[in-house]
Design a binder for this molecule. Structure first.
Ligand code: HEM
Length: 493
């Protein structure tokens, strides 16, 4: 490996180059992928460590539309027990068929006509939860805002996918359902780095986990979803007959019922479940990061507040109006750049004929190659010498051509034929909720103290640095998850 492998010239840690241990599995266990990979690229340059690339020029080669590179086996770990879903399917042909079948459900018109209503309704529940907490604590609530945002994101996706809220904001997550979803995704990421374990884990899940027995941990997740599918499915049919209220969208459900796998079989419940897990997760990560960056910087907070006040933002805020908040939208882009919800490299396999990388390295067919949004977004040649800083103005002070160039280098939603199909929904959700939150409440980060509610003594930022003034604790695995996000909230009105 070290001497004769075609990639022997690409630098990286010895153990990994000899094939004796998996650097990526270690990152999955230690949950420190983003900053470790960045450190590597700083040390070794644009091409490092088993073909992780950081040069923005390589984006159009690795994630190209024409003769696209196939996803690697890593994604197989994100599939469901019953078969691949849109995110996890490896084969380009079956992906194209699935994507065609599903794309209508995610269209812009569908989003405006139906999903926005679902998100507004979930936002109403979310605000009611915060108001209740503030009232219960005599005008100023100290709460884990990160957790409350998670409830909202799940309730919103419940409304969009199942036509009904999961009721987390109304009843809170008394059954601990939300952290389990996080664990499953983390476990899947680890398995993705050791795909040979997958058949065994799947066999064991089928054999030993009674998915209808809520007494077991995974069984609880599966069965609670199953129950909701059963009961909500019935309720939805009833409601669909009764009224066509725009808050009762069942288009996702219809879409999944019509969607077919490449072999013609219909989507299973596991496949629908995967959409629920994945889709709510990234919005909540974006919302937390955005609040952290805005509220954590007095100058930016004042500018956002001034914009929100002059636009007279109140609940419900339409997506159309949210898009007019120019500075807020720049903050959103800047959040996705500096704190992409998926920092993990997005791996692909080089196809027939190999690939010549910017004239430097020839990658033979079958080579795995990847780019991490976290690393690419910090490249000076793409975003300037202050690429490591949160500076929303960078999106507003450039001309149209330069802006397009910067947007092309933004990998937060992936790019190419496997770009996120839910991008519009994700942007809409964050845009209609965060300005309302910032306009309605005075938000401050709860100071850390021995008597305080924090689990971690120090906060940890998206760059892995532990600091007292960082309001949450970030782990960087497939997703970049923030925990322990305690805030003091008071009503503004
Ligand atoms: C801020 C919100 C979101 C972010 C940052 C995000 C990010 C991403 C990224 C980076 C990918 C590409 C993965 C890869 O190439 O390996 C992806 C794919 C995908 N996302 Fe999202 N996502 C978000 C919201 C959503 C929502 C709301 C949905 C569903 C309603 C969704 C469904 C999907 C699906 C199905 C794919 C696979 C697409 C394909 O392979 O054709 N995402 N997302």
């Amino acid at each position: 490996n070290l001497l004769f492998h075609p990639l022997a010239c690409i630098p990286g840690p010895l153990g990994s180059r000899t094939g004796l241990w998996s650097w990526k599995s270690t990152r999955a266990v230690k949950r420190d992928m983003g900053w470790k990979l960045l450190e590597f690229h700083k040390k070794y340059g644009h091409e490092a460590l088993l073909c992780s690339l950081s040069s923005p020029q390589a984006i159009s080669q690795i994630y190209r539309f024409k003769h696209p590179l196939k996803k690697t086996e890593f994604y197989d770990a994100l599939r469901d027990l019953d078969g691949p879903n849109l995110l996890s399917t490896l084969d380009n042909k079956s992906h194209a068929e699935m994507r065609r079948a599903e794309s209508a459900a995610y269209s812009l018109t569908k989003m405006q006509s139906e999903f926005e209503g679902s998100v507004q309704a979930a936002c109403g529940e979310f605000l009611a939860l915060l108001d209740r907490r503030i009232a219960a604590m005599e005008g100023k609530a100290t709460l884990d805002l990160g957790e409350a945002i998670q409830f909202f994101a799940m309730d919103a996706v419940g409304r969009m996918v199942l036509g009904k809220s999961f009721g987390l904001c109304a009843g809170e997550d008394r059954r601990g359902w939300v952290p389990l979803v996080e664990r499953i995704l983390e476990m899947s990421c680890f398995l993705g780095t050791q795909p040979f374990l997958l058949p065994f884990v799947r066999w064991a899940s089928r054999r030993f986990v009674d998915r209808t027995n809520p007494a077991t941990l995974p069984g609880f997740v599966f069965s609670s979803m199953e129950n909701r599918f059963e009961s909500q499915g019935a309720d939805m049919m009833y409601e669909a007959d009764r009224c066509s209220d725009r808050f009762n969208s069942d288009s996702f459900r219809e879409m999944f019922m019509q969607a077919k796998n490449a072999d013609g079989s219909v989507f299973s419940r596991d496949q629908v479940r995967a959409a629920v897990y994945v889709s709510s997760f990234f919005e909540e990560l974006t919302m937390r990061a955005m609040i952290r960056y805005i509220v954590g910087n007095g100058r930016i907070y004042d500018k956002v507040q001034a914009e929100i006040e002059s636009a007279l933002v109140v609940f419900p805020l339409s997506y159309e109006d949210a898009c007019k908040l120019v500075y807020f939208q720049a903050c959103l882009k800047e959040t996705l750049r500096l704190h992409p919800p998926i920092p993990w490299p997005l791996p692909r396999t080089v196809g027939v004929g190999g690939l010549l990388l910017s004239g430097n390295h020839y990658l033979a067919e079958g080579t795995q190659v990847s780019m991490s949004p976290f690393v690419v977004h910090r490249q000076i040649e793409a975003f300037g010498s202050d690429a490591g800083e949160f500076r929303p103005e960078r999106w507003l002070e450039v001309d149209e051509t330069h802006l397009l160039e910067m947007e092309r280098k933004l990998l937060a939603f992936g790019t190419g034929p496997r770009v996120c199909i839910g991008k519009n929904i994700g942007l809409m959700e964050v845009s209609v909720v965060v300005p309302v939150l910032l306009g309605r409440y005075r938000i401050g980060f709860t100071p850390r103290s021995p008597a305080g509610p924090h689990r971690y003594r120090l906060g940890r930022d998206v760059d892995g640095k532990g600091r007292n003034d960082v309001p949450y604790f970030v782990t960087s695995q497939w997703a970049s998850v923030q925990r322990d996000f305690w805030c003091d909230l008071a009503s503004r009105v």
